[in-house]
Design a protein around this ligand. Structure first.
Ligand code: URA
Length: 238
């Protein structure tokens, strides 16, 4: 791919703007030598204003989504894309969230520009486990674990029951819940079906990839191929 198109597709500007960046000498190699638009060079050696070029397509990153940000591209309030470099919103192929978390849910959120990977992760057939920790308004009653694991729980206005899910009580009003689907407001609706209410919700893992504690809310990092493999790794659910 020609350099102007490559760099424009990474969101640095329109092709016209990127052509100007070349004329201004802002595009160099790793030794500081000015590059020309028709040069051939490996991606890793390209610098823009002295900074390494963003990763090529096939990008996967994880964010510790903070409370209060929505997963849409544009919304009235704060959106998760506001926490990434602005040019990430202009990438082609587009960078999308892998599923969504509610505005009032925090924790592990993945992004990718790889459509096939995205579908592999969110497809119910892949059964990638999503692990949540919830704080509840009322004490657990004791029958929730059995109900959630039964595979018979039907949420309001749905026509198919939920796949089995696994509950681990962490305290009278705290629980870890592992689900393999991603239905709308699923965890909140599951507890609502038991007469309870979720007061706070955090996603703490996807498959065997934990949120960990190295990312403060709002921070993000690139994932390696090994990290991505962990999303699909078999996890013990109960
Ligand atoms: N379940 C919910 O209710 N909300 C989320 O954000 C994710 C799962």
């Amino acid at each position: 791919m020609k350099l102007v198109k490559l760099i424009a597709n990474l969101g640095y500007g329109s092709r016209k703007e990127v052509a100007w960046m070349f004329r201004e000498g802002r595009v160099t190699d790793s030794d500081g030598e000015v590059l020309y638009a028709d040069d051939k060079i490996e991606h890793e050696r390209i610098r823009i204003d002295g900074e390494p070029l963003d990763p090529a397509s096939g990008l996967v990153l994880m964010m510790n989504k903070p409370l209060g940000a929505t997963c849409s591209r544009k919304d009235q309030g704060r959106v998760v894309y506001d926490l990434l470099p602005p040019r990430y919103r202009q990438r082609d192929p587009a960078l999308s969230t892998v599923g969504r978390l509610d505005r009032d849910t925090s924790g592990l959120l993945l992004f990718t520009d790889d459509g096939a990977l995205l579908h592999r992760i969110i497809s119910p057939r892949a059964e990638v486990s999503k692990v949540y920790e919830a704080t509840l308004a009322e004490d657990l009653r004791g029958g929730e674990g059995e109900l959630f694991a039964s595979g018979t729980l039907m949420l309001e206005s749905e026509t198919t029951p939920l796949a089995p899910a696994w509950l681990e009580p962490l305290g009278p009003r705290r629980a870890r819940l592992t689900v393999t689907e991603g239905r709308y407001h699923q965890v909140r609706r599951m507890f609502a079906a038991t007469g309870n209410r979720v007061e706070s919700l955090q996603r703490v893992a996807m498959g065997a990839l934990p949120l960990g504690d190295d990312l403060a809310p709002g921070q993000w990092r690139m994932l390696s191929a090994d990290d991505v493999a962990r999303v699909f790794a078999e996890t013990s659910k109960h």
